[in-house]
Ligand binder design. Structure first.
Ligand SMILES: Nc1ncnc2c1ncn2[C@@H]1O[C@H](COP(=O)(O)OP(=O)(O)OP(=O)(O)O)[C@@H](O)[C@H]1O
Ligand SMILES: [Mg+2]
Length: 359
């Protein structure tokens, strides 16, 4: 049985469905960024991200309990800032959106509880957004005329997958990592090279000074599918570094970083290109934190020229976690007739890429 509030939310969403200028306030707190954004249709009016990277750096990775506590301290202030920068008041918002998963449970709960209360107090609908679909939706900000069908390569800290996007919410999984995510492998390799967290940007920086001279394996080389494996690649790098150090031999950290990056992004590029060719699709989109990698973008552009594809990726600030992408995904949900989140909405540490929204 729906409550009066839930019924009113679904009636409001029905009216918003064909509006192109829906004002959405979105909250994102799935990991170590507390973020709030206000969008109008595909336009980002404000996007505030309070990163906790400096706090977690000293531990070499995100400490979940510390992340949750910092979200609690930041979420209200970040929301005021986002509204202020957009030049709007809470009453101007048509709909509230929040990441309900995937991510760290305690961190997600902060955003979910805050957004539920905020939406209820305003009497406005709340959309529950799948974080991974949010990463894909960042591309609609970069390219508002982007339209499915296309192939999307998702490469983030916790996910690596190739999907076919046939409609705004019609997403099919073609392949995914069998073990570590690509971003996770970047972070672990960076750590063994003595670089700071998060490792991706550090590896990218060091790789510019190196050559791809270290031989590394190509996981799942002959599988012909779209699955990935990063655990073996990561272990090969760790073994190389440890054996050099144990034997007291000189080696170039820049060459290791360059060789790893070349292999890590090459594997993903090949899978995405194969998926586009096999599915006869002309557009490849990349999403997630690793989509900000300059070598991945370059490889994709070169393949695009070779095969006549269009390539799309968000600006760097929208590749890593932010709330503007969550608002864009909520806009997609409204357009495709999704229902408002129930008042009982809970956070979920794991969600599948195929999960449209929370039930
Ligand atoms: N330039 C870069 N090159 C490679 N990796 C990068 C770069 N910039 C960021 N990354 C990686 O991106 C990851 C963070 O991305 P993102 O914020 O999407 O992950 P997450 O939110 O932790 O995970 P998920 O989205 O799967 O829940 C980190 O692993 C980081 O090292
Ligand atoms: Mg993310």
């Amino acid at each position: 049985m729906l409550t009066d509030y839930e019924k009113s939310c679904n009636e409001q969403l029905e009216k918003l469905r064909d509006k192109e200028d829906v004002v959405i306030l979105a909250i994102e707190s799935s990991c170590d960024e507390t973020a709030c954004a206000v969008t109008r249709g595909r336009e980002v009016l404000s996007s505030v991200v309070a990163s906790q990277i400096e706090i977690h750096k000293r531990y070499g990775g995100v400490v979940p309990e510390i992340a949750s506590r910092n979200h609690v301290m930041a979420v209200s202030e970040i929301t005021s800032q986002a509204l202020g920068q957009a030049g709007l008041q809470a009453k101007d918002v048509d709909c509230v959106a929040v990441t309900y998963g995937a991510g760290l449970l305690g961190a997600l709960l902060v955003g979910v509880s805050f957004a539920k209360a905020f939406a209820y107090a305003l009497g406005k609908p709340l959309m529950a957004v799948n974080h991974i679909r949010g990463h894909i939706a960042a591309n609609y900000i970069a390219k508002p005329d982007l339209e499915p069908p296309y192939i999307c390569l998702i490469a983030s800290g916790g996910h690596t997958a190739v999907v076919k996007v046939s409609g705004l919410e019609d997403i099919t999984l073609l392949g995914s990592t069998q073990d570590d995510a690509c971003g996770e492998a970047f972070d672990k390799v960076a750590r063994v090279l003595g670089l700071e967290y998060p490792g991706g940007p550090e590896i990218q920086r060091l790789a510019r000074e190196g050559k791809p001279s270290v031989h590394l394996p190509t996981p799942l080389k002959d599988s012909g599918g779209y699955d990935f494996s990063y655990s073996g690649l990561k272990t090969a790098v760790i073994n190389y570094v440890h054996s050099k150090e144990q034997r007291g031999e000189e080696y170039s950290k820049a060459d290791v970083a360059c060789s790893f990056q070349e292999k890590a992004v090459g594997i993903m590029t090949d899978a995405a290109v194969r998926a586009a060719l096999d599915n006869n699709l002309k557009t490849i989109v990349i999403a997630g934190g690793v989509a900000s990698n300059e070598r991945l973008r370059e490889m994709m552009r070169l393949k695009a020229e070779k095969y006549g594809f269009n390539v799309c990726y968000p600006p760097v600030r929208l590749c890593t976690d932010n709330a503007a992408m969550i608002a864009e995904e909520a806009f997609n949900l409204i357009k495709t007739g999704a229902e408002a989140a129930p008042a009982t909405l809970d956070a979920s540490a794991t969600v599948k890429i195929t999960d449209v929204t929370a039930v």
